[in-house]
Design a protein around this ligand. Structure first.
Ligand code: FCB
Length: 393
């Protein structure tokens, strides 16, 4: 490592409600997981039972020496039917925030991490005409409970969410998926409008700094691919950067790079692919993605809100993260205003359509007993945090 990182740097681990809580029977994903011909490898079921075991999760984060925990709210629990709110479930999340502060952890809270209540799925979804008013109302309801957050993210990865329908259509046509394609512009516009509505409410409520989290990636042009790379980057990244320019901060979630040739995305060579998603193993993508964001948005504080690797080889997780952090330290040394690094993920959890197979966690979870077993990488990252990135002597 080439730290130290800036004073007060946040070091943490992340989860997302649907991936760890379990029993989220009232959201769109649960419904899709159980649909006939579901594209999901398996249903989320009890996940990691973090709905009950969150104090244990926070103990693991704080005990390792990390100072930050990122988690998300589950809209379908807080507003189980349209306009009908559950104070008890909002209190659950308020207790997690208190639990963070009691343990010296800065909470980073995401309002929407991919899932929506079923009633919204069946009445417009993300692009529905009334969804702006609905996310505004949801934000208004939760804002008072989030006063103790360090940062609030409205929507997780709108650039990925807008690329998903395109991937779905490609899959139906039998086209190969070589990486994240250009987002559907209608969905991108809709999600950015939802972000704007939610942010407006947070500002009005005097909430902690508000922003969104984006998939950040290193864009690479192969021979003749320069122009195509710039076009794709404009659609996947630049329009979202422009929308983030007036926010209080921006979260970047970086796993890999995207390579472009004259005809668009080029799939990574098989020997470079990691266990999950067929992504290329490219730790230095972190520094590259952060540098580009800092170049485009020099005045906006950045946080790395996700970075990690799905591997069964924990030594490789440590190597990957060490290399990623080196590249991040380089970007910071060159002037990028980065306030924190949050690893994905705290726990081996429900990785969406891929089910429980990819293991991104610093901690493994027994699928029968939910017992948590820290991997060496948790103590390793905690050590990095305690030294604020300085090399161990
Ligand atoms: C990101 C998601 C997160 C997790 C990682 C692997 O795109 O935000 O929930 O699935 O990928």
């Amino acid at each position: 490592m080439t730290g130290p990182f800036p004073d007060g740097f946040l070091w943490g681990a992340a989860t997302a409600a649907h991936q760890v809580e379990g029993g989220n029977v009232n959201n769109d994903h649960w419904e899709l997981e159980h649909a006939e011909h579901s594209p999901f490898a398996e249903p989320s079921g009890d996940a990691c039972d973090s709905w009950h075991r969150w104090p244990e999760d926070l103990d693991l984060v704080a005990g390792a020496g990390l100072n930050t925990y990122r988690f998300s709210l589950e809209w379908s629990r807080i507003e189980p039917a349209e306009g009908e709110f559950s104070r008890a479930n909002l209190d659950h999340y308020r207790r997690i925030l208190d639990g963070c502060r009691d343990r010296g952890l800065t909470p980073i809270v995401t309002l929407v991490h991919f899932t929506m209540p079923r009633w919204l799925l069946h009445d417009g979804g993300w692009t529905g005409a009334r969804t702006g008013d609905r996310i505004a109302r949801f934000t208004e309801y939760v804002a008072p409970a989030l006063r103790d957050a360090g940062y609030i993210a409205t929507i997780n990865e709108p650039n990925l969410m807008a690329a998903q329908p395109v991937m779905g259509a490609m899959a139906r046509r039998g086209e190969p998926i070589k990486g994240l394609p250009r987002p559907d512009q209608g969905v991108a516009d809709a999600l950015l409008e939802l972000h704007r509505r939610s942010t407006e409410v947070l500002r009005g409520a005097g909430s902690p700094p508000a922003g969104m989290t984006l998939v950040g990636r290193e864009h690479l042009a192969e021979d003749g691919g320069e122009e195509r790379m710039r076009e794709e980057r404009a659609a996947f990244e630049d329009q979202f950067f422009t929308a983030a320019a007036d926010d209080d901060w921006l979260g970047l979630q970086v796993y890999t790079c995207a390579r472009f040739g004259p005809d668009g995305l080029v799939a990574p060579a098989p020997e470079l692919q990691t266990l999950a998603h067929g992504m290329e193993r490219r730790p230095e993508a972190l520094g590259a993605a952060v540098r580009r964001a800092a170049e485009v948005l020099p005045d906006l504080p950045l946080l790395v809100t996700e970075n990690g690797i799905a591997t069964a080889d924990d030594e490789d997780r440590i190597r990957f993260t060490d290399e990623a952090l080196r590249s991040l330290a380089g970007a910071i040394a060159d002037g990028a205003d980065v306030r924190g690094y949050v690893h994905w993920s705290l726990l081996d959890n429900f990785e969406w359509m891929l089910g429980y197979r990819p293991t991104f966690g610093l901690v493994s979870v027994d699928r029968q007993t939910f017992a948590r077993t820290p991997k060496p990488s948790l103590a390793w990252l905690g050590g990095v945090a305690r030294r604020n990135g300085r090399t161990a002597c």
